[in-house]
Design a protein around this ligand. Structure first.
Ligand code: SAH
Ligand code: SF4
Ligand code: F3S
Length: 504
C-alpha cells in the first residue's frame, strides 16, 4: 500500500475486506425486509478492486452486450460493468446474436419497467436454446426483489446469472462461475452499504461523463422501491470525487453530471468532516470543465449554502431538477416527502431570486392512492405556478413491500390515465411556450453529435438542458458553440450558429 492509499484508508476508518467471506455457495434470496434495515456500522470504502489472477483472460475471443433500463445511476453502473468485462478480455458488441454474454441491467421503479424486462428475458430464450454457451445475466434493481428472483427461477431457467446492485464488483467471479457452472448463479446482497472505488469504467461518451457522488437512499418515500434496491445513503469522499472530475477534465470532457438519488443529502453521513453538496460544488467550480450538472435534488435538503454557491454560476449550470411529485400538501404527507406545497414554492422562489435565469424541471406522480380530483387540480395549479421547462410525469405504480402498496386505492385506472393526459397537456403547453420565448436568443450549446433524424444536422444542449438542432461541420462535435434560435418546437429548438463576434 502506498502513502496515498494509507492516508485515504485512515481518513474514512476503512479496512480492507476479505471478499471470500461473501462468496455464496448456497443461494440466499434477496429480502426487501432486510434491505429496509439501516445499520449503524461504518461505511467501508475499498480502494483495492482488481480483477483476480486467472480471470484476466476469461473474455478473450468473447463479446458482451449490456442492455440498460432505468435511471442515470444504472447507466453509470453499466459503464462500470463494461469496464470490468473489458479488463477481463471481453470486447463489446451491439449485436445480440453475436454476444457471448448478455447482461440486462434492470429498473424496478414502476411495473411497466419490469414488464419490459420480463419481455426481453422471454425473447432471449430461443437464442439461449440455440446457443447454450451464451451467458444471460440479470442485474440492477429488479434483481434486489425476492419476487423477481423467484419468478426468474421458476419461469425463466434459461437465465444463467442474477446479481444485485451491491455485487457489481464481484462480476469477474460471477461471470467465471456462470461460464463453468451448470446451475443458475445467484448473488444478491440485500443489505450492504460499502463503496467500491477504482472499479474500471468504460464510459459511453467522450464529451459528457457521469460522476457518482453518493449511493443509496434513506428517504423512504412511501411509494418508492429505491431505498430497498440501492441500500443506505452513503457519500463518496470529496477527494475521490474531485480527483475523478479532474481526471475527466484532463481527458477533454466538457460536461459532468454529479449523480445521487438525493444529492442534496451529500456528506451527511461523513462522520469526520462537516461537508455538504455546497462545499463540494464550491471545489468543483474551480475545476476547468465547462459544465457541471447534478441530479436529483430532493427539495428537503436544498440548503442556503448550496443556493449561494450555485448563484455564482461559472461552470455550475442554472438548471435545477427539483422533483415535486404532487401539488397537494396532503398527498405529499402521505408520500412522506417531508415538505409541503408552500415550502416547495418558497424554496423555488428563493432559488429563483438567487439565480434569476434558473430553469426548473420536475417529476410528478398522478393517481397516488385515493388522490381526489381537488388534490390533482392542486398539482395542475402548481405546475402552472412553477412554469416548469419540462416534467417527467408518471401514473403511480404500486411497488411490493412499500407502505403505499398497502394503502387502499379508490381511484380507477381510467381516471389516472385521464389525469396523466390532462397533466401532460399543460406540461407540453408550458414547454412550448418556454421554447417559443427562446426564439431570437443566442444560447451556448454543447455539441453532442448528429441529430437523430438527420445526419447533416448536429444537435446539442443549452446550459438549461434544452435540445437544439443546427447545421454545422462535424468538427464542431464536442465543442461549445453559440446558436441563435430561429424556430421553437415543443421539445426542441432549431437555430443557426453565430460567430463569436455576433455574440452580444
Ligand atoms: N430520488 C429521486 C427520484 C428517483 S425515481 C427523487 O426523489 O427526486 C424517479 C421518479 O420516478 C420519481 O421522482 C417519481 O416521480 C417516480 N416514481 C418513483 N416511484 C414511483 C412509483 N412507485 N410509481 C410511479 N412513479 C414513481
Ligand atoms: Fe425514492 Fe424518495 Fe429516495 Fe427519491 S428520495 S429515490 S423518490 S425514496
Ligand atoms: Fe430504476 Fe433503480 Fe434507478 S429502480 S430508477 S434503476 S435506482
Amino acid at each position: 500500500m502506498n502513502e496515498e492509499q494509507r492516508r485515504r484508508q485512515e481518513a474514512g476508518q476503512r479496512q480492507e475486506k476479505d471478499y471470500s467471506q461473501y462468496f455464496q455457495t448456497t443461494y440466499e434470496p434477496p429480502s426487501l425486509k432486510q434491505a429496509k434495515k439501516r445499520g449503524k456500522e461504518d461505511v467501508e470504502i475499498h480502494y483495492d478492486f482488481d480483477i483476480p489472477e486467472g480471470m484476466k483472460n476469461i473474455g478473450e475471443g468473447r463479446k458482451f452486450l449490456i442492455r440498460t433500463y432505468g435511471c442515470q445511476m444504472n447507466e453509470h453502473d453499466s459503464e462500470n460493468m463494461a469496464g470490468i468485462l473489458m479488463r477481463m478480455g471481453f470486447t463489446s458488441t451491439v449485436d445480440t446474436e453475436e454476444a457471448d454474454v448478455i447482461l440486462i441491467n434492470t429498473c424496478a421503479i414502476r411495473e411497466n419497467a419490469e414488464n419490459k424486462v420480463f419481455g426481453e428475458i422471454g425473447h432471449l430464450k430461443q437464442m439461449k436454446l440455440d446457443n447454450p454457451e451464451k451467458i444471460i445475466g440479470v442485474c440492477g434493481c429488479m434483481s434486489q426483489e425476492e419476487a423477481v428472483v423467484n419468478r426468474i427461477l421458476s419461469k425463466h431457467p434459461h437465465v444463467d446469472l442474477i446479481f444485485g446492485t451491491h455485487n457489481i464488483h464481484r462480476l469477474p467471479e460471477l461471470i467465471q462461475n456462470a461460464i463453468f457452472s451448470k446451475e443458475m448463479v445467484i448473488e444478491v446482497w440485500s443489505k450492504e452499504g460499502d463503496i467500491i472505488e477504482n472499479m474500471p469504467r468504460a464510459r459511453k461518451g467522450k464529451i459528457q461523463g457521469w460522476v457518482n457522488i453518493m449511493y443509496g437512499c434513506d428517504k423512504f418515500c412511501t411509494y418508492c422501491i429505491v431505498p430497498y434496491t440501492r441500500g443506505k445513503e452513503r457519500s463518496r469522499r470529496p477527494e475521490d470525487i474531485i480527483e475523478e472530475v479532474r481526471h475527466l477534465a484532463r481527458n477533454g470532457y466538457k460536461e459532468i453530471t454529479l449523480l445521487g438519488q438525493n444529492v442534496n443529502a451529500y456528506g451527511k453521513d461523513l462522520a469526520d468532516i462537516d461537508y455538504g453538496l455546497g462545499d463540494l460544488m464550491e471545489e468543483i467550480r474551480k475545476i476547468d470543465i465547462p459544465r457541471v450538472r447534478f441530479t436529483t435534488s430532493h427539495p428537503r435538503d436544498f440548503d442556503d449554502h448550496l443556493i449561494s454557491v450555485l448563484a455564482e454560476g461559472g461552470n455550475l449550470v442554472e438548471h435545477i431538477h427539483l422533483p415535486v411529485q404532487s401539488g397537494s400538501s396532503d398527498v405529499l404527507k402521505l408520500m412522506s416527502r417531508k415538505y409541503t406545497r408552500e415550502s416547495y414554492i418558497e424554496l423555488a422562489n428563493k432559488i429563483k431570486q438567487a439565480i434569476p435565469h434558473a430553469s426548473f424541471t420536475t417529476d410528478i406522480i398522478v393517481g397516488f392512492p385515493n388522490e381526489t380530483e381537488e388534490q390533482f387540480e392542486e398539482t395542475l395549479s402548481l405546475v402552472k405556478e412553477m412554469e416548469y421547462d419540462s416534467a417527467f410525469t408518471y401514473i403511480y405504480s404500486p411497488r411490493d413491500g412499500t407502505p403505499a402498496a398497502k394503502m387502499e386505492d379508490n381511484v380507477p385506472h381510467e381516471v389516472k390515465k385521464q389525469r396523466l393526459a390532462r397533466l401532460n397537456a399543460i406540461v407540453n403547453e408550458l414547454s412550448a411556450e418556454k421554447n417559443k420565448a427562446c426564439e431570437g436568443q443566442v444560447v451556448e450549446v454543447l455539441v453532442e453529435g448528429e441529430s437523430k433524424k438527420n445526419p447533416d444536422i448536429l444537435s446539442g444542449r443549452t446550459r438549461t438542458n434544452r435540445l437544439v438542432n443546427f447545421a454545422a461541420p462535424k468538427s464542431a462535435v464536442g465543442t461549445l458553440v453559440h446558436v441563435e434560435i430561429t424556430e421553437a418546437k415543443t421539445w426542441s429548438l432549431n437555430g443557426r450558429v453565430v460567430e463569436p463576434a455576433e455574440v452580444k
